[in-house]
Design a protein around this ligand. Sequence first.
Ligand SMILES: O=C(O)c1ccc[n+]([C@@H]2O[C@H](COP(=O)([O-])O)[C@@H](O)[C@H]2O)c1
Ligand SMILES: Cc1cc2nc[nH]c2cc1C
Length: 364
Amino acid sequence: MSSDPMSDLIERTVAAVPRPDEAAMRDARAHQDRLTKPRGALGALEDVSVRLAGLAGTCPPPLPAPAAVAIFAADHGVHAQGVSPWPQEVTAQMVANFAVGGAVANAFARQVGAEVVVVDVGVAADLPAAPGLLDRKVARGTADLSQGPAMTAEQVRRAVAAGIEVAGGLADAGHRCLITGDMGIANTTASAALIAAFTGLPAERVTGRGTGIDDTVHARKIEVVRTALARHGLPGGDPLDVLAAVGGLEHAALAGFILGAAARRVPVLLDGVIAGAAALAAAALCPDVVAACVAGHRSVEPGHAATVEHLGLRPLVDLELRLGEGTGALLALPLVQSSVRVLHEVATFDSAGVSDKESRSAID
Ligand SMILES: O=C(O)c1ccc[n+]([C@@H]2O[C@H](COP(=O)([O-])O)[C@@H](O)[C@H]2O)c1
Ligand SMILES: Cc1cc2nc[nH]c2cc1C
Protein backbone atom coordinates (compact mmCIF):
# COMPACT_ATOMS: atom_id res chain seq x y z
CA MET A 1 0.00 0.00 0.00
CA SER A 2 1.09 3.54 -0.66
CA SER A 3 1.78 5.99 2.16
CA ASP A 4 -0.74 8.57 0.88
CA PRO A 5 -3.98 8.29 2.92
CA MET A 6 -6.19 9.08 -0.07
CA SER A 7 -4.51 6.45 -2.26
CA ASP A 8 -4.92 4.01 0.63
CA LEU A 9 -8.63 4.78 0.88
CA ILE A 10 -9.08 4.30 -2.86
CA GLU A 11 -7.13 1.01 -2.85
CA ARG A 12 -9.02 -0.31 0.19
CA THR A 13 -12.35 0.63 -1.36
CA VAL A 14 -11.53 -1.05 -4.67
CA ALA A 15 -10.41 -4.17 -2.78
CA ALA A 16 -13.68 -4.21 -0.78
CA VAL A 17 -15.94 -4.24 -3.85
CA PRO A 18 -17.51 -7.72 -3.84
CA ARG A 19 -17.85 -10.09 -6.75
CA PRO A 20 -21.52 -10.83 -7.49
CA ASP A 21 -22.70 -13.77 -5.36
CA GLU A 22 -23.71 -16.44 -7.90
CA ALA A 23 -25.66 -18.55 -5.38
CA ALA A 24 -27.79 -15.58 -4.27
CA MET A 25 -28.45 -14.76 -7.93
CA ARG A 26 -29.51 -18.38 -8.64
CA ASP A 27 -31.83 -18.25 -5.60
CA ALA A 28 -33.37 -15.00 -6.79
CA ARG A 29 -33.89 -16.33 -10.31
CA ALA A 30 -35.45 -19.55 -8.95
CA HIS A 31 -37.65 -17.56 -6.55
CA GLN A 32 -38.85 -15.26 -9.36
CA ASP A 33 -39.89 -18.42 -11.25
CA ARG A 34 -42.01 -19.67 -8.28
CA LEU A 35 -43.97 -16.41 -7.88
CA THR A 36 -47.58 -16.09 -8.97
CA LYS A 37 -46.97 -14.69 -12.44
CA PRO A 38 -45.88 -16.20 -15.71
CA ARG A 39 -42.13 -16.77 -15.82
CA GLY A 40 -40.24 -13.68 -16.94
CA ALA A 41 -43.40 -11.54 -16.95
CA LEU A 42 -41.65 -8.74 -15.07
CA GLY A 43 -39.05 -8.48 -17.82
CA ALA A 44 -36.06 -6.29 -17.02
CA LEU A 45 -37.27 -5.78 -13.44
CA GLU A 46 -36.58 -9.46 -12.74
CA ASP A 47 -32.99 -8.95 -13.87
CA VAL A 48 -32.64 -5.94 -11.55
CA SER A 49 -33.85 -7.99 -8.58
CA VAL A 50 -31.44 -10.82 -9.43
CA ARG A 51 -28.51 -8.41 -9.79
CA LEU A 52 -29.31 -6.78 -6.42
CA ALA A 53 -29.43 -10.23 -4.78
CA GLY A 54 -25.97 -10.87 -6.23
CA LEU A 55 -24.73 -7.57 -4.80
CA ALA A 56 -26.23 -8.18 -1.35
CA GLY A 57 -25.07 -11.81 -1.28
CA THR A 58 -28.49 -12.86 -0.07
CA CYS A 59 -31.98 -13.51 -1.42
CA PRO A 60 -34.12 -11.55 -1.05
CA PRO A 61 -31.77 -8.57 -0.96
CA PRO A 62 -32.66 -5.66 1.36
CA LEU A 63 -35.27 -3.26 0.01
CA PRO A 64 -33.35 -0.37 -1.59
CA ALA A 65 -34.79 2.17 0.85
CA PRO A 66 -34.28 4.70 2.22
CA ALA A 67 -32.55 6.33 -0.73
CA ALA A 68 -30.40 9.43 -1.00
CA VAL A 69 -29.25 11.41 -4.02
CA ALA A 70 -25.85 13.08 -3.80
CA ILE A 71 -25.51 15.99 -6.24
CA PHE A 72 -21.81 16.61 -6.86
CA ALA A 73 -21.19 20.15 -8.14
CA ALA A 74 -18.12 21.55 -9.87
CA ASP A 75 -16.94 23.99 -12.52
CA HIS A 76 -14.90 23.42 -15.67
CA GLY A 77 -12.01 25.33 -17.21
CA VAL A 78 -13.07 24.12 -20.66
CA HIS A 79 -16.05 26.47 -20.34
CA ALA A 80 -13.64 29.13 -21.70
CA GLN A 81 -13.78 27.39 -25.11
CA GLY A 82 -17.44 28.41 -25.54
CA VAL A 83 -18.79 24.83 -25.33
CA SER A 84 -21.89 25.71 -23.25
CA PRO A 85 -24.49 28.42 -23.81
CA TRP A 86 -24.75 29.05 -20.06
CA PRO A 87 -22.53 31.25 -17.88
CA GLN A 88 -20.37 29.41 -15.35
CA GLU A 89 -22.09 31.19 -12.41
CA VAL A 90 -25.16 29.00 -13.02
CA THR A 91 -23.37 26.12 -11.26
CA ALA A 92 -23.17 28.05 -7.97
CA GLN A 93 -26.64 29.52 -8.47
CA MET A 94 -28.14 26.05 -8.95
CA VAL A 95 -26.34 24.79 -5.82
CA ALA A 96 -28.15 27.56 -3.92
CA ASN A 97 -31.39 26.45 -5.58
CA PHE A 98 -30.81 22.79 -4.52
CA ALA A 99 -30.11 23.98 -0.98
CA VAL A 100 -33.53 25.63 -0.70
CA GLY A 101 -35.34 22.75 -2.39
CA GLY A 102 -36.25 24.63 -5.58
CA ALA A 103 -34.74 22.50 -8.36
CA VAL A 104 -36.33 19.68 -10.36
CA ALA A 105 -34.16 17.18 -8.47
CA ASN A 106 -35.66 18.41 -5.18
CA ALA A 107 -39.22 18.01 -6.50
CA PHE A 108 -38.50 14.51 -7.83
CA ALA A 109 -36.71 13.55 -4.60
CA ARG A 110 -39.73 14.63 -2.56
CA GLN A 111 -41.97 12.65 -4.93
CA VAL A 112 -40.02 9.40 -4.39
CA GLY A 113 -39.00 10.00 -0.77
CA ALA A 114 -35.24 10.41 -1.32
CA GLU A 115 -32.96 12.60 0.77
CA VAL A 116 -30.93 15.24 -1.12
CA VAL A 117 -27.29 15.96 -0.29
CA VAL A 118 -25.35 18.56 -2.32
CA VAL A 119 -21.57 18.25 -2.38
CA ASP A 120 -19.33 21.11 -3.52
CA VAL A 121 -16.25 19.34 -4.87
CA GLY A 122 -15.13 22.14 -7.18
CA VAL A 123 -17.47 25.10 -7.61
CA ALA A 124 -15.51 28.19 -8.66
CA ALA A 125 -17.37 30.60 -6.36
CA ASP A 126 -17.42 30.67 -2.57
CA LEU A 127 -20.66 29.11 -1.39
CA PRO A 128 -22.43 30.16 1.80
CA ALA A 129 -23.05 27.31 4.25
CA ALA A 130 -26.51 25.76 3.89
CA PRO A 131 -28.31 22.75 5.35
CA GLY A 132 -27.62 19.64 3.26
CA LEU A 133 -24.61 21.27 1.52
CA LEU A 134 -21.30 19.53 2.15
CA ASP A 135 -18.13 21.55 1.59
CA ARG A 136 -15.61 19.16 0.02
CA LYS A 137 -14.13 21.75 -2.35
CA VAL A 138 -10.94 20.40 -3.90
CA ALA A 139 -10.33 23.32 -6.27
CA ARG A 140 -12.17 26.28 -7.77
CA GLY A 141 -13.01 24.35 -10.91
CA THR A 142 -10.72 22.40 -13.20
CA ALA A 143 -8.14 23.78 -15.62
CA ASP A 144 -9.07 23.86 -19.32
CA LEU A 145 -8.74 20.24 -20.53
CA SER A 146 -8.10 21.47 -24.07
CA GLN A 147 -4.95 23.33 -22.97
CA GLY A 148 -3.44 20.86 -20.49
CA PRO A 149 -4.42 18.42 -17.71
CA ALA A 150 -7.76 19.37 -16.13
CA MET A 151 -6.58 18.30 -12.68
CA THR A 152 -3.47 17.30 -10.81
CA ALA A 153 -3.11 13.71 -9.62
CA GLU A 154 -3.56 14.97 -6.06
CA GLN A 155 -6.82 16.75 -6.93
CA VAL A 156 -8.18 13.59 -8.56
CA ARG A 157 -7.36 11.49 -5.49
CA ARG A 158 -8.93 14.06 -3.16
CA ALA A 159 -12.12 14.20 -5.24
CA VAL A 160 -12.38 10.39 -5.52
CA ALA A 161 -11.80 10.12 -1.76
CA ALA A 162 -14.53 12.71 -1.13
CA GLY A 163 -16.98 10.64 -3.17
CA ILE A 164 -16.05 7.45 -1.28
CA GLU A 165 -16.55 9.25 2.03
CA VAL A 166 -19.94 10.68 1.04
CA ALA A 167 -21.13 7.18 0.01
CA GLY A 168 -19.81 5.71 3.26
CA GLY A 169 -21.50 8.43 5.32
CA LEU A 170 -24.85 7.85 3.61
CA ALA A 171 -24.54 4.07 4.03
CA ASP A 172 -23.66 4.58 7.74
CA ALA A 173 -26.78 6.75 8.07
CA GLY A 174 -28.86 3.79 6.89
CA HIS A 175 -29.38 4.56 3.21
CA ARG A 176 -29.83 1.40 1.16
CA CYS A 177 -29.87 3.00 -2.28
CA LEU A 178 -27.50 5.74 -3.41
CA ILE A 179 -28.35 7.91 -6.39
CA THR A 180 -25.89 9.92 -8.46
CA GLY A 181 -26.52 13.58 -9.18
CA ASP A 182 -24.37 16.24 -10.79
CA MET A 183 -24.31 19.97 -11.48
CA GLY A 184 -21.59 21.61 -13.54
CA ILE A 185 -21.87 23.98 -16.47
CA ALA A 186 -19.75 22.56 -19.35
CA ASN A 187 -19.53 19.10 -17.80
CA THR A 188 -20.96 17.38 -20.89
CA THR A 189 -17.71 18.30 -22.69
CA ALA A 190 -15.59 16.58 -20.03
CA SER A 191 -18.07 13.68 -20.07
CA ALA A 192 -17.65 13.26 -23.83
CA ALA A 193 -13.85 13.26 -23.52
CA LEU A 194 -13.97 10.66 -20.72
CA ILE A 195 -16.37 8.45 -22.67
CA ALA A 196 -14.21 8.63 -25.79
CA ALA A 197 -11.14 7.82 -23.67
CA PHE A 198 -12.72 4.82 -21.93
CA THR A 199 -14.70 3.36 -24.85
CA GLY A 200 -12.31 4.20 -27.71
CA LEU A 201 -15.16 5.81 -29.67
CA PRO A 202 -14.40 8.92 -31.75
CA ALA A 203 -15.27 12.41 -30.47
CA GLU A 204 -18.07 12.94 -32.99
CA ARG A 205 -19.90 9.79 -31.81
CA VAL A 206 -19.97 10.77 -28.13
CA THR A 207 -20.22 14.56 -28.10
CA GLY A 208 -23.75 15.89 -27.78
CA ARG A 209 -25.53 19.19 -27.38
CA GLY A 210 -25.57 19.30 -23.56
CA THR A 211 -27.92 22.00 -22.32
CA GLY A 212 -28.66 23.00 -25.94
CA ILE A 213 -26.21 24.34 -28.54
CA ASP A 214 -26.50 25.10 -32.23
CA ASP A 215 -24.64 23.31 -35.03
CA THR A 216 -21.71 25.76 -35.02
CA VAL A 217 -21.06 25.39 -31.28
CA HIS A 218 -21.57 21.63 -31.52
CA ALA A 219 -18.89 21.41 -34.24
CA ARG A 220 -16.53 23.45 -32.02
CA LYS A 221 -17.27 21.21 -29.03
CA ILE A 222 -16.44 18.08 -31.06
CA GLU A 223 -13.17 19.72 -32.14
CA VAL A 224 -12.33 20.61 -28.52
CA VAL A 225 -12.88 16.98 -27.48
CA ARG A 226 -10.93 15.63 -30.46
CA THR A 227 -7.89 17.85 -29.90
CA ALA A 228 -7.93 17.20 -26.14
CA LEU A 229 -7.85 13.43 -26.74
CA ALA A 230 -4.90 13.84 -29.12
CA ARG A 231 -3.05 16.21 -26.77
CA HIS A 232 -3.38 13.80 -23.84
CA GLY A 233 -2.61 10.64 -25.84
CA LEU A 234 -6.06 9.15 -25.22
CA PRO A 235 -7.42 6.49 -25.24
CA GLY A 236 -4.91 4.72 -23.01
CA GLY A 237 -3.34 5.00 -19.60
CA ASP A 238 -4.29 4.60 -15.96
CA PRO A 239 -7.92 5.50 -15.11
CA LEU A 240 -6.90 8.12 -12.53
CA ASP A 241 -4.59 9.70 -15.12
CA VAL A 242 -7.46 9.78 -17.64
CA LEU A 243 -9.62 11.56 -15.04
CA ALA A 244 -6.80 14.03 -14.38
CA ALA A 245 -6.34 14.72 -18.10
CA VAL A 246 -9.93 15.37 -19.20
CA GLY A 247 -12.30 14.76 -16.27
CA GLY A 248 -14.15 17.02 -13.90
CA LEU A 249 -13.96 17.15 -10.13
CA GLU A 250 -17.57 15.91 -10.01
CA HIS A 251 -16.67 12.98 -12.32
CA ALA A 252 -13.83 11.97 -9.99
CA ALA A 253 -16.06 12.32 -6.92
CA LEU A 254 -18.85 10.36 -8.62
CA ALA A 255 -16.40 7.57 -9.50
CA GLY A 256 -15.49 7.43 -5.79
CA PHE A 257 -19.17 7.54 -4.80
CA ILE A 258 -19.94 4.57 -7.07
CA LEU A 259 -16.95 2.59 -5.73
CA GLY A 260 -17.89 3.51 -2.15
CA ALA A 261 -21.48 2.33 -2.60
CA ALA A 262 -20.39 -0.94 -4.21
CA ALA A 263 -17.85 -1.59 -1.45
CA ARG A 264 -20.71 -1.33 1.07
CA ARG A 265 -22.94 -3.60 -1.08
CA VAL A 266 -25.35 -0.69 -1.53
CA PRO A 267 -26.85 -0.37 -5.03
CA VAL A 268 -26.07 2.83 -6.88
CA LEU A 269 -28.64 4.22 -9.28
CA LEU A 270 -26.92 6.07 -12.11
CA ASP A 271 -28.32 9.21 -13.70
CA GLY A 272 -27.27 10.36 -17.19
CA VAL A 273 -24.15 11.03 -19.19
CA ILE A 274 -22.06 12.54 -16.37
CA ALA A 275 -22.72 9.59 -14.06
CA GLY A 276 -22.11 7.23 -16.97
CA ALA A 277 -18.70 8.78 -17.68
CA ALA A 278 -17.84 8.48 -13.99
CA ALA A 279 -19.02 4.86 -13.95
CA LEU A 280 -16.65 4.11 -16.85
CA ALA A 281 -13.78 5.47 -14.73
CA ALA A 282 -14.92 3.45 -11.70
CA ALA A 283 -15.25 0.29 -13.83
CA ALA A 284 -11.77 0.84 -15.28
CA LEU A 285 -10.45 0.94 -11.70
CA CYS A 286 -12.55 -2.02 -10.58
CA PRO A 287 -14.62 -4.02 -13.12
CA ASP A 288 -16.79 -5.63 -10.40
CA VAL A 289 -18.25 -2.23 -9.53
CA VAL A 290 -20.68 -2.57 -12.46
CA ALA A 291 -22.59 -5.25 -10.50
CA ALA A 292 -23.65 -2.54 -8.03
CA CYS A 293 -24.87 -0.17 -10.74
CA VAL A 294 -28.35 0.24 -12.15
CA ALA A 295 -28.76 2.62 -15.09
CA GLY A 296 -31.74 4.75 -14.10
CA HIS A 297 -32.47 6.22 -17.51
CA ARG A 298 -31.12 6.79 -20.99
CA SER A 299 -30.06 10.40 -21.54
CA VAL A 300 -30.47 12.15 -24.89
CA GLU A 301 -26.67 12.63 -25.00
CA PRO A 302 -25.23 10.28 -27.64
CA GLY A 303 -22.29 9.35 -25.42
CA HIS A 304 -24.66 7.95 -22.84
CA ALA A 305 -26.05 5.19 -25.06
CA ALA A 306 -22.48 4.19 -25.90
CA THR A 307 -21.60 4.21 -22.21
CA VAL A 308 -24.41 1.99 -20.97
CA GLU A 309 -23.71 -0.41 -23.82
CA HIS A 310 -20.01 -0.51 -22.88
CA LEU A 311 -20.94 -1.19 -19.25
CA GLY A 312 -23.53 -3.83 -20.19
CA LEU A 313 -26.32 -1.93 -18.42
CA ARG A 314 -29.90 -1.48 -19.54
CA PRO A 315 -31.45 1.91 -18.72
CA LEU A 316 -34.82 1.52 -17.02
CA VAL A 317 -36.58 4.53 -18.50
CA ASP A 318 -36.13 6.59 -21.65
CA LEU A 319 -37.95 9.90 -21.43
CA GLU A 320 -35.57 11.99 -23.56
CA LEU A 321 -34.29 13.74 -20.45
CA ARG A 322 -31.10 15.81 -20.55
CA LEU A 323 -31.19 17.64 -17.25
CA GLY A 324 -28.78 15.84 -14.93
CA GLU A 325 -29.00 16.62 -11.17
CA GLY A 326 -29.97 12.95 -10.61
CA THR A 327 -33.45 13.53 -12.09
CA GLY A 328 -33.60 10.48 -14.39
CA ALA A 329 -32.27 8.19 -11.68
CA LEU A 330 -34.77 9.55 -9.14
CA LEU A 331 -37.63 8.72 -11.50
CA ALA A 332 -36.33 5.14 -11.76
CA LEU A 333 -36.07 4.65 -7.98
CA PRO A 334 -39.63 3.26 -7.55
CA LEU A 335 -38.91 0.74 -10.33
CA VAL A 336 -35.81 -0.55 -8.56
CA GLN A 337 -37.64 -0.67 -5.23
CA SER A 338 -40.62 -2.44 -6.81
CA SER A 339 -38.35 -5.06 -8.36
CA VAL A 340 -36.99 -6.04 -4.94
CA ARG A 341 -40.35 -5.76 -3.16
CA VAL A 342 -41.61 -8.51 -5.46
CA LEU A 343 -39.05 -10.92 -4.00
CA HIS A 344 -40.17 -10.02 -0.46
CA GLU A 345 -43.94 -9.95 -0.82
CA VAL A 346 -45.34 -11.83 -3.78
CA ALA A 347 -46.89 -15.24 -3.07
CA THR A 348 -45.58 -18.39 -4.68
CA PHE A 349 -47.80 -20.79 -6.65
CA ASP A 350 -47.53 -23.22 -3.69
CA SER A 351 -48.30 -20.71 -0.91
CA ALA A 352 -51.22 -19.09 -2.75
CA GLY A 353 -52.70 -22.34 -4.07
CA VAL A 354 -52.53 -21.05 -7.64
CA SER A 355 -52.26 -23.73 -10.29
CA ASP A 356 -48.93 -23.72 -12.06
CA LYS A 357 -48.79 -24.00 -15.85
CA GLU A 358 -49.41 -27.63 -16.84
CA SER A 359 -46.32 -29.63 -17.86
CA ARG A 360 -44.35 -26.47 -17.09
CA SER A 361 -41.01 -28.23 -16.84
CA ALA A 362 -41.57 -30.05 -20.13
CA ILE A 363 -42.32 -26.84 -21.99
CA ASP A 364 -39.80 -24.42 -20.39
O1 LIG B 1 -27.44 13.99 -17.32
C1 LIG B 1 -27.33 14.24 -18.54
O2 LIG B 1 -27.29 13.32 -19.38
C2 LIG B 1 -27.19 15.68 -18.96
C3 LIG B 1 -27.27 16.00 -20.31
C4 LIG B 1 -27.16 17.34 -20.67
C5 LIG B 1 -26.95 18.33 -19.70
N1 LIG B 1 -26.85 17.98 -18.38
C6 LIG B 1 -26.64 19.01 -17.34
O3 LIG B 1 -26.32 20.25 -17.95
C7 LIG B 1 -25.10 20.78 -17.47
C8 LIG B 1 -24.02 20.60 -18.49
O4 LIG B 1 -24.42 20.99 -19.77
P1 LIG B 1 -23.41 21.82 -20.69
O5 LIG B 1 -24.16 22.10 -21.95
O6 LIG B 1 -23.12 23.10 -19.92
O7 LIG B 1 -22.21 20.98 -20.85
C9 LIG B 1 -24.77 20.01 -16.21
O8 LIG B 1 -25.18 20.74 -15.08
C10 LIG B 1 -25.52 18.71 -16.35
O9 LIG B 1 -26.07 18.29 -15.13
C11 LIG B 1 -26.98 16.68 -18.02
C1 LIG C 1 -30.81 26.07 -15.33
C2 LIG C 1 -29.97 24.80 -15.36
C3 LIG C 1 -30.25 23.76 -14.46
C4 LIG C 1 -29.46 22.60 -14.49
N1 LIG C 1 -29.47 21.48 -13.81
C5 LIG C 1 -28.49 20.69 -14.21
N2 LIG C 1 -27.84 21.31 -15.17
C6 LIG C 1 -28.40 22.50 -15.39
C7 LIG C 1 -28.11 23.53 -16.28
C8 LIG C 1 -28.90 24.68 -16.26
C9 LIG C 1 -28.58 25.78 -17.22
